[in-house]
Design a protein. Structure first.
Length: 402
């Protein structure tokens, strides 16, 4: 039995090491493309780029950490085209309404509208709101992102230019643009919990590394990331619209899949946005990671199965134990740790610019042991908790749990 365990953990460790090399290759490829693209567009279009009019849709429910700062960041865009911001709430009694009214008072020149979305059209309240908001949007291009997203002043310019060619004309082959993101924790104090640090570290060094590895392996992006979903109405209509997504939890992934199936290209832009990481306790971290893991499991079934091999540090440690702490197993562990740190620095710091990775890099082994545990336990149930509601997940769709 010990020999079998040793052989299995060796294979899994080597597989994880191979994945790390793939993630490094994906990160280097994306970095080179971003540099070439920026230079080409600057030379050809003198920095202006394609700048269509755009409607930003932000479904809101309750108050999120640093939400207002994220709202403000959308109002100070350095953008050549026109844009409007539509906030959608299920009820005007939502506590976020006060923050939206405060925003409108602070930025009277910005086109900000509050849309009440009283109908629950499907299980997903978020998509229900989006369907009702879409009918109120003015412009051909739609950008959807979460309520807690914070962006740079060049956000719209960098996202929307990906719908165009290097000479500033529209590229009809591009149907969607999405963007990488990082999780921003509190700077210190009681809000900087272990759970928050592990969550942010996982986003920058695990999840985003997986996105770049998948992009390299599949020859492009065929899914969307909820931190930024920019889409043309033409591509959205060809993909079936938003209504078919009313019962999907991973609506961001699903809309990207459908846009790609409709024959459009999905672009990953060079902009990196921030999402706020709450002061998670370990229970909060568990619930959030279970929702993410079970969502990904149903959205990308075979890819998720292979995700288990990517936690190479835990497999390498188990391999050391199974081999009786043989010298060769420590050599393999050393290679794995080196590769894991290289991915964390290349993706987290080099691509995302996330200095928090340097602060918490010593937590990588703990994060990977937690990640492997989340992966195993995600197969134990189909229940997820989202915004305080309990759902049952099946084939990507959610139903309210009894």
């Amino acid at each position: 039995m010990a020999t079998v365990v040793e052989a299995v953990t060796t294979l899994l460790t080597v597989g994880g090491l191979g994945y790390m090399l793939l993630a490094l290759a994906g990160a280097r490829q994306f970095g080179r493309e971003c540099r070439r693209s920026a230079l080409a567009r600057a030379d050809a279009a003198k920095g202006t780029g394609f700048a269509p009019d755009v409607s930003i849709l932000k479904p809101v429910k309750g108050l999120d950490a640093r939400m207002y700062a994220g709202f403000v960041s959308h109002c100070v865009q350095q953008y050549a085209g026109r844009f409007e911001i539509l906030f959608g709430v299920s009820s005007l009694d939502d506590p976020a309404v006060g923050e939206i009214e405060r925003l409108r008072a602070e930025f009277p020149a910005c086109a900000i509208r509050l849309i009440e979305c009283p109908r629950r059209l499907g299980t997903s309240g978020k998509v229900s709101n989006l369907v009702q908001m879409l009918g109120e949007a003015q412009y051909e291009h739609i950008l959807i992102n979460d309520s807690d997203i914070c962006v740079s002043p060049q956000y719209l310019a960098r996202v929307m230019e990906r719908f165009g060619t290097a000479d500033g004309k529209e590229d009809p082959k591009v149907g969607m643009v999405t963007a990488l993101f990082l999780g921003r924790t509190a700077a210190g104090g009681d809000a900087l919990t272990l759970g928050a640090r592990l969550e942010a570290l996982g986003i920058s060094t695990d999840f985003m590394a997986g996105v770049l590895a998948a992009r390299r392996l599949e020859g492009g992006i065929r899914f969307g990331l909820g931190a930024t979903l920019a889409v043309s109405r033409t591509a959205l209509a060809a993909a079936g619209g938003l209504e078919p997504l009313l019962d999907y939890l991973a609506d961001d992934n699903e809309i990207g899949v459908r846009v790609a199936r409709a024959g459009y290209r999905i672009e990953l832009c060079r902009e990196v946005v921030e999402t706020a990481v709450p002061a998670y306790g370990l229970r909060d971290l568990w619930e959030h990671q279970m929702r993410w893991a079970r969502t990904l499991r149903t959205a990308r079934r075979w890819g998720y199965l292979g995700l288990g091999t990517t936690y190479c540090i835990p497999w390498a440690v188990l391999n050391c134990v199974a081999s009786g702490f043989a010298l060769w197993s420590f050599t393999l562990l050393s290679l794995v740790v080196l590769a894991r740190v290289a991915v964390a620095l290349t993706v987290g710091v080099g691509i995302l610019g996330d200095a928090q990775v340097l602060r918490d890099i010593w937590l990588l082994p703990l994060r990977d042991f937690f990640g492997l545990g989340f992966w195993f336990w995600s197969y134990a149930s189909n229940t997820v908790i989202w915004r305080g509601e309990r759902f049952t997940l099946k084939d990507g769709r959610i139903t309210r749990a009894a």
